[in-house]
Structure formats: C-alpha cells, structure tokens
Design a protein around this ligand. Structure first.
Ligand code: TRP
Length: 459
C-alpha cells in the first residue's frame, strides 16, 4: 500500500487547527512553567536563556519539521513509521530502533513528569484552601518541604495523574483534547500575564528581567549548553516521536513549516512569561534562583498569597498547569500505545493500561528521590555529581536520549532519504525549504554532536 493514500488507523485530526492545538498541548507543559525557570536559575540566567533560544531556532524548529514530515509520510506509530520508511529507502531495519529509543524515552519522562504534575495537583488543593494567604517565603518553603518529604502523599497524586493520563490515552488522543486546549491555553497565557503584572509591583522586576535576558557568559559551562540544548528538545516535545506520532494524524495539504512556527512560537512565549513572572519574585524575597525543581512551588504561592483575589487566581493557575501537564503527558505514551495497538493487536484500553502501570511503577523511584532516597545519589567525577534517581532519569532523557533521537532524525531525513521525496512531501516555499534542508542536513546534526562532545570534554 502506498503511504500517500493511507489514512492513519488511529484516526485523523479534523484539520490544521486541530493539529496545532494538539501539538501545542503537547509542547506547552511542565517544561515551560516548571522546568525552564528552574534550570535557568541553576545555570545562571541570561546566557543560558540565549543558548536555549538559539537551540530552539537552529535545532528545535528544523527537527520539529522533520518529525512532522516523517510522521505524516509514515502514518503509523513512530516505530513502524521508521521501519517502513527505512524499507522504502532501502536502509537497514535498525532504524526502527530510533522509534524504540523514543518510545522508551517517553515512558521514562512520563514516569517523573507525573510526579511533578502531582505536586501541581497538591498545590491546587492548597491554593483553594487558602493555605498561602499572606504567607512568607519561609512559610511557603516549609509547605513545599512538608509535601515532598511525604512519600505516601506524593504517591497518591502520582497515581491519580497516571490514571488521568491513561483515561485520555485509552479513548484516543483526538477526542475532547482539541476543545480543552483551544480554551485552556489562552487562559494559561492570561494567567501568566497577570503574574507578570504582579511581578512588576514587587520592586525587583528589573532585576528579574536582567537575570533572564542579560547574558553573562562567564556563567556558561559546557554542561549548561548541554542542558539548554536538551531543554529545547524537551520543551518542544522532540526527539522521541511524540510529534511524529501526532504528525501521523495530519492531513496532507497542510504546511508543515507554518504549523511548526506557530507551535514553537507559542511554546517559547509561555516559557519566557513564566521566567518573567518568577525571577522578580525570587529577588524580591531574597531567595536564590538556584532553588532546583522546587523553584516555582516556592515562589508563585508568595505572589498569589499577596495579590487581590489570590485564592481564585492561584487555584485557577494550578488547575491550568495540571491541564497543560495532562495534554503533554498523553503525547509521551502515545507512541508506545500506538505501537502496541498496531503490532500486538491490543485494544487502546489494554495498551494504555499496561503502559500506564509500567510507567507508574518507574515513577515510584522519582517519588522516593525527594525523601527516602534523597541521599542515594551517584556521581561521575568531572561530569556530574550527586544525582538522585529523578535527576538521573531527567538527565538521561532530556540531555542524552532526546538530542540523540533528534540527531538520528536529522541524519535520516537529511542524508538517507531521497532528496526529491523530501522536497515533494514538505511542499513548502522554495526559500524556506532550502534553509530548512541546509539546517537539517548540516547545521542541526553538527551542533548536536559538538554540544555532546563538549559536554563529555572530548573537545
Ligand atoms: N514538552 C512538554 C513540556 O514542555 C513535555 C513533553 C511532552 C515531552 N511530550 C514530550 C518532552 C516528548 C519530550 C518528548 O512540558
């Protein structure tokens, strides 16, 4: 059967807008609101942000176009799409392995993503109960510590979030998702603007702004560059097949380039707003930016505790974070679930249940990383130190597996597929196409390799 005329067996998006909404739902998530601010704080601010923005443009956007392109051309789960396209191009079957690596990376990411989404759920309840009204920085921090040092509580929220994710995935990703994203994403942006407006009243807005946008290159290490690149993949949901899986449901007549710009633009905007909201609060309350994964949970409640209608806004904001996490989480297991449905003839319900339980189980390790296993860390001298189970999974996926996935995608599309086929399927503006092809063929793979080699100190 020719790939040109086959509809995906998992259904199809109702059009361009639906795809943009779903892919934006996947991209915008904890990565933007939770991870971006805290890794920016850990890596010294402005210079890190600049490198991250470069990575979005020179690596993220080209890889996203390539992933959508591969997904739409293959029309199957990423594993089978890679297998089929490799066969079409007379390439080795090992390319299926790229799909596998991605599907596994997705499960590993979801396992800890769900734990953090659980924190956001716990905070929704605390916000609604008015716990943070008038709270000081110390008070907010102790509430955070009380939550994360209680493994049973974390496990409960993690379990609930996994159940929510499995419920949606088992029903097929299109249903209901479009509507939720369509009105929740704009609402999230509005809430972030309210927070940024609050941040301007703290007296430390200029300081926060400078921290975020004034690059101090003396603070930039090769590890920071690796983290920035890894985050470009993470935040755009790239390198593991999530966007490829969604691309399989995309109609043929839609411009991949335009669609990509909208998704990447929205994603970057949300991250920068989150940074603008958080760092002024950090400085106004004499906190340090390098608070680690707890950063937003220790800062934002101070803002909501002080502003008018703080209970209402705070509750709404954390509800929105949970939704943003939810629409991201489903894309993390979709590749694996789609593969089980195609190859093992399982129903979506069964496939989601198996994968969900497995992911939940791995997530228990991350639950324990913040309490019982807090001291169970490991190091490789000169490369990294004191990593917990959670840190290890996060570093392995975001900084290694995703860029590696992106590198192989770039090589496959840029060097192993017949040029005319790529051109035909992309079907975009000639100049735009030329730029993209040069990026995906030379620039993107070279940059990824250089950043890797620098990080392991080989160059
Ligand atoms: N991009 C999401 C976020 O920023 C997380 C995510 C969803 C993801 N799907 C992914 C990350 C696939 C890497 C790969 O929160």
């Amino acid at each position: 059967m020719s790939s040109e005329f086959r509809l995906s067996m998992h259904g199809q998006w109702s059009g361009r807008v639906a795809f943009i909404l779903a892919a934006t739902g996947s991209a915008v998530g904890l990565g933007n609101i939770w991870k971006f601010p805290y890794i920016t704080g850990d890596n010294g601010g402005g210079a890190f942000v600049l490198v991250y923005l470069f990575c979005i443009v020179l690596i993220g956007i080209p890889v996203m176009m390539a992933e959508i392109f591969l997904g739409r051309k293959g029309g199957l789960s990423p594993i089978n799409t890679m297998g089929m396209l490799a066969r079409e191009e007379n390439r080795h079957g090992i390319w299926r392995g790229l799909g596998w690596m991605g599907a596994i990376a997705g499960l590993l990411i979801l396992s800890y993503y769900s734990v953090i989404a659980g924190w956001a759920m716990a905070y929704t309840v605390r916000m609604a109960a008015g716990v943070f009204v008038g709270a000081t920085a110390d008070g907010v921090t102790s509430i955070f510590v009380a939550l994360t040092s209680d493994p049973e509580r974390l496990l409960g929220w993690h379990t609930l979030f996994m159940l929510m994710t499995m419920t949606i995935v088992s029903r097929g990703v299109q249903h209901g998702l479009e509507k939720a994203v369509r009105f929740l994403m704009p609402l999230l942006l509005i809430m972030l603007l309210i927070l940024v407006a609050y941040a301007t009243t703290t007296g430390a807005f200029a300081q926060g702004f400078n921290y975020l946008f004034y690059p101090d290159f003396s603070k930039l290490t090769s590890e920071s560059v690796l983290v920035a690149m890894g985050h470009a993949f993470f935040t755009l949901s790239l390198g593991m097949g999530a966007i490829m899986a969604y691309g399989a449901y995309l109609p043929k007549n839609i411009s991949i380039a335009k669609t990509t710009f909208m998704i990447a633009g929205a994603d970057t905007l949300v991250a920068l707003f989150a940074g603008l909201a958080i760092f002024p609060i950090v400085f106004a309350n004499s906190m340090t930016p390098a608070e680690g994964p707890g950063l937003i949970f220790k800062t934002l409640p101070i803002a909501f505790g002080q502003m008018d209608y703080g209970i209402l806004f705070g509750t709404l904001f954390f509800v929105l974070i949970v939704f943003a996490a939810w629409t991201s989480a489903i894309s993390l297991i979709e590749p694996m679930v789609a593969w089980l449905v195609e190859n093992k003839n399982l129903s979506r319900i069964r496939a989601s249940a198996y994968i969900g339980v497995l992911t939940w189980f791995i997530g228990v390790g991350s639950v324990l990383s913040f309490n019982v296993w807090e001291k169970a860390t490991w190091s490789i001298p000169g490369l990294f130190k004191d990593l917990t189970f959670f840190d290890t999974l996060d570093g392995l996926t975001a900084n290694v597996l995703l860029p590696l996935g992106g590198l192989f995608i770039a090589i496959f599309v840029g060097h192993l597929m017949a040029k005319h086929k790529v051109k035909e399927e992309m079907n975009s503006h000639p100049l735009l196409y030329t730029i993209w092809y040069a990026l995906i063929r030379y620039v993107t793979p070279l940059l990824v390799i250089i950043v890797f080699l620098k990080a392991i100190k080989l160059i």
